[in-house]
Design a protein around this ligand. Structure first.
Ligand code: FCB
Length: 407
């Protein structure tokens, strides 16, 4: 790709373009003891590593935010943890809500625009006991929780209702299968079944209800964030037809549900081919990342175009996650800089992109594993000392130059 984006300055990207980084509560806060994930980790018989103290961001969020702001970033995406806010069905914790309100205030004070996620994979354990997303109480329970959280969101500009509903549907389907005694293999090398569309439709219902509540009670722009698959058909009519079918189950169901939202969160890491048998597992390659995914910074461009087309070009996009699991920070910079070139190319074609939030601010608990490190900031898990990596300063520099990739 040409070097035309090297010296990009303000004026090319929309005014107020957000430059920032993302986290989620369960992955960073620590001791999320009331959640279904905490319980699942402890019941996994060692299959899942424990989140434990995570990176203690419940107490250290100010330090985390300050590092991002000092580097030059202007936005921070973080989440509210349902299990803390509603530890028992119908009982809401004022103290937990006050904690998240302090996070919003701290972000603002430091010059970071808060982007707040209401549900990021984990739910209260009691919600799982009621049947979780497949149970009869799912939508009213979630709606009630969202109503309570809205009390602290009055002046927040960006609210994500549900993180990656498509992956949540996949996980809920797996949880159901495991309860029924089936082995579930989530490796990058297996042919994954598509997310259960029935669960997906339930999540659409929950999302719609949450959007209505957020719109009625706050002035925020509201949307949800979809895990973009960037599926590309192998040659041939059969593969093309299979790709269209799988795209629906994997992401278009969720894109279509976003058509009347204020924005759509785009989360992109890699891309996969579809053949007549389905999604082809990531081929073995020395470039594969620590999650086993193919090194595909171009996936972001595919994701933005697919999301834009599926929402009929009427919903602004916000990159709410993009990044790479690697122990080599030079590679993180290379990946991100290439991904941004693809973002700029999509913008040049007319795709409306409002911001770029890198995953992740910190090396954190990667859903059962500690090894895949996505962070701009390293963390010593004994002392919780934070060490910014060169990629943090690099991304902050990009932000300060309004997107320019070199100084
Ligand atoms: C996404 C999740 C996020 C993180 C990244 C790597 O699926 O939203 O929490 O795990 O992938």
């Amino acid at each position: 790709m040409s070097e035309q984006w090297q010296t990009l300055r303000d004026g090319f990207l929309p005014d107020g373009f957000l430059w920032g980084a993302s986290t989620s509560p369960h992955q960073t806060e620590g001791n999320n003891t009331g959640s279904d994930w905490w319980r699942m980790e402890h019941r996994s018989g060692g299959r899942l590593q424990l989140s434990g103290d995570a990176v203690d961001s419940y107490h250290r969020y100010e330090e985390d935010m300050r590092l991002l702001a000092d580097a030059g970033l202007g936005a921070y995406r973080f989440g509210v943890e349902w299990a803390r806010v509603e530890p028992v069905p119908g009982e809401f914790s004022r103290a937990a809500l006050a904690h998240y309100r302090r996070m919003i205030d701290t972000a603002r004070r430091l010059g970071l625009e808060p982007v707040v996620t209401l549900h990021h994979f984990s739910s209260p354990a009691w919600f799982a006991d009621e049947g979780g997303w497949t149970g009869p109480t799912a939508v009213p329970r979630f709606t009630r929780y969202v109503e309570e959280v809205c009390a602290i969101l009055g002046d927040v500009a960006w609210v994500v209702t549900v993180n990656e509903p498509n992956i949540l549907a996949l996980m809920a389907g797996h949880a159901k299968a495991m309860e029924e005694g089936y082995e579930v293999d989530l490796g990058a090398d297996v042919r994954m079944p598509a997310p259960d569309t029935g669960i997906g439709e339930r999540l659409v219902e929950a999302h719609r209800a949450a959007v209505a509540v957020v719109r009625a009670r706050t002035s925020a722009k509201v949307g949800w964030s979809v895990a973009q698959q960037s599926l590309v058909p192998a040659p041939g009519a059969e593969a093309a037809a299979r790709c269209t079918e799988l795209r629906y189950a994997w992401e278009d169901l969720y894109h279509h549900a976003a058509r009347d939202d204020d924005f759509l969160g785009v989360q992109s890491y890699t891309s996969q081919t579809v053949d007549e048998h389905g999604v082809v597992p990531h081929p073995e390659h020395p470039d594969n990342t620590l999650t086993g995914w193919a090194y595909r910074p171009d996936a972001l461009g595919i994701a933005l175009r697919d999301a834009w087309a599926a929402t009929e070009g009427r919903v602004p996009l916000l990159v709410t996650e993009n990044g790479i699991a690697t122990a080599d920070d030079t590679r993180r910079i290379a990946y991100t800089s290439e991904a941004l070139r693809h973002l700029y190319a999509a913008v040049a074609e007319g795709v409306d992109v409002r911001g770029y939030l890198h995953w992740s601010a910190l090396d954190n608990y990667e859903w059962g594993h500690w090894e895949p490190t996505f962070g701009l900031i390293g963390v010593d898990r004994e002392t919780f000392t934070r060490t910014p990596k060169p990629s943090l300063g690099w991304l902050g520099g990009v932000a300060r130059r309004g997107g320019g990739l070199v100084g």
